[in-house]
Design a protein around this ligand. Structure first.
Ligand SMILES: [Zn+2]
Length: 67
């Protein structure tokens, strides 16, 4: 079974040459523009972990402070 990646992921407009390029490619095949890595989740993940740690540690710190 052949999967057509271009149809699965759609296209997006290249900021460099305004051409439609496959959305799953990280470099424009026409002008060579390198798209920034999709780091939405990867950028947010450390903050989510930090937030969860803070939520876990905050009651502990408060209980220690109340002592
Ligand atoms: Zn381009």
């Amino acid at each position: 079974m052949k999967i057509d990646a271009q149809h699965d992921f759609g296209t997006r407009e290249c900021p460099g040459c305004a051409c439609e390029v496959p959305a799953n490619s990280n470099r424009c095949p026409i002008c060579g523009y390198a798209f920034p890595a999709r780091a939405g989740l990867q950028r947010g993940l450390p903050w989510i972990v930090a937030g969860l740690l803070a939520l876990l540690l905050l009651p502990l710190l408060l209980s220690l402070a109340a002592r």
